[in-house]
Design a protein around this ligand. Structure first.
Ligand code: 5GP
Ligand code: MN
Length: 336
């Protein structure tokens, strides 16, 4: 275990640092990782961000992106960097199975492991933990780590601010979710003061879709949406052929589930997609409904109360049926 004073002392000399984040990284995963990267390089640390898999094009514009190592594309280099690291920051996840094969490599090293995260039920693999499930984003926790714990507001430069703003914006669904507190808005205001161009960041993330992605969205809403009024639930299910037909790339499916949730009566929305290796579920809910409980109990997953995910080894049809068969158990919560 490390306390803050020892960690601060450890970081007072240049170190070999690895930052890693969950597979299929989202805006918060990349924003928090590159935010911390842009902070650490200012202090002379030899820092590398390693992602377990690739990530969407709408996240590749962030400062430091060109230095990111993608494990699936550079396995040997990734293993070498992890083995040589003196300290490994684990951002936006809290269980090593969320980083695929990288998990075992991280577990085996003697490097200090620092977890900065906001998910429930952390696994005990870390030496230092900055963890708060009330945080709206891991990027928010990277901000408080730098500013409140390391006392280094002066190093929140434009690059750090840009990345952290992106993480908070995407994970709070553009400052909409209930955990977007006044403290979050104060942090975001400070990031804008530090150089984050909020309007440009919004353009880069949300207005950079391909024609295919928009046509795919149209297809999902017109042909793949099923409403279950007796459970205030909506399901969008998409098969492999549809993914091929619309040339759907990493990230193109992100956010589609929110359209189903935008219907006034809907309390629970599911996006269920047949990927090459397995069926993946993305659940979103309103208010108190625990989407993460369904994912944890039935679909080998987890997440937050209002945004969770999981998977299934069964067929798409069987997974949709399984999902529907669970709803009666939650009927009371869904119709209140
Ligand atoms: P998404 O639906 O965007 O893939 O995931 C929403 C949230 O659910 C993520 O922020 C992540 O916390 C969680 N999540 C998604 N998939 C999984 C999974 O397979 N396992 C766990 N534990 N959490 C997941
Ligand atoms: Mn997050």
């Amino acid at each position: 275990m490390l306390d803050l004073a020892s960690l601060t002392d450890f970081l007072s000399r240049p170190r070999k640092v690895v930052i890693t984040t969950h597979h299929k990284p989202d805006g918060d995963a990349m924003g928090s990782s590159l935010g911390l990267y842009n902070y650490l390089i200012q202090q002379g640390h030899h820092t590398t961000v390693i992602t377990p898999t690739d990530y969407p094009d709408f996240l590749t514009w962030m400062p430091g992106n060109e230095e990111v190592v993608i494990f699936t594309q550079q396995q040997e280099l990734s293993a070498k960097l992890v083995a040589e690291a003196e300290i490994i920051f684990c951002l936006d996840f809290n269980s090593l199975n969320r980083i695929n094969e990288l998990g075992e490599l991280v577990r085996q090293t003697t490097a200090y492991k620092v977890m900065i995260d906001h998910h429930l039920e952390p696994e005990d693999f870390d030496d230092y933990r900055h963890w708060d499930i009330n945080a709206c984003a891991a990027a928010q926790l990277v901000y408080t780590f730098i500013v409140d714990q390391l006392n280094n507001r002066a190093l929140i430069n434009k690059d750090v601010a840009t990345c952290l703003y992106t993480g908070i914006m995407t994970d709070s669904a553009s400052f909409r979710l209930p955990n977007t507190t006044s403290d979050v808005h104060r942090i975001v205001a400070d990031l804008i003061d530090a150089g984050a161009n909020n309007s440009r960041i919004h353009e880069l993330v949300y207005n950079s879709a391909s024609e295919n992605r928009l046509r795919f969205l149209g297809h999902c809403l017109a042909n793949c949406l099923e409403i279950l009024p007796e459970f205030n639930t909506a399901i969008i299910s998409v098969n492999k052929q549809d993914l091929q037909r619309f040339d759907v790339n990493t990230g193109d499916t992100e956010g589609i589930v929110n359209y189903a949730l935008s219907i006034a009566s809907i309390r629970l929305a599911a996006f269920i997609v047949e990927r090459t290796d397995r069926v993946k579920l993305s659940l979103r809910s309103k208010g108190e409904f625990p989407a993460n409980e369904i994912c944890k109990k039935y679909f080998a997953g987890g997440g937050h109360r209002n945004a969770a995910g999981g998977q299934s080894d069964e067929s798409l049809e069987a997974t949709v049926e399984k999902f529907k068969s669970i709803l009666p158990e939650y009927k009371k919560l869904l119709i209140q």
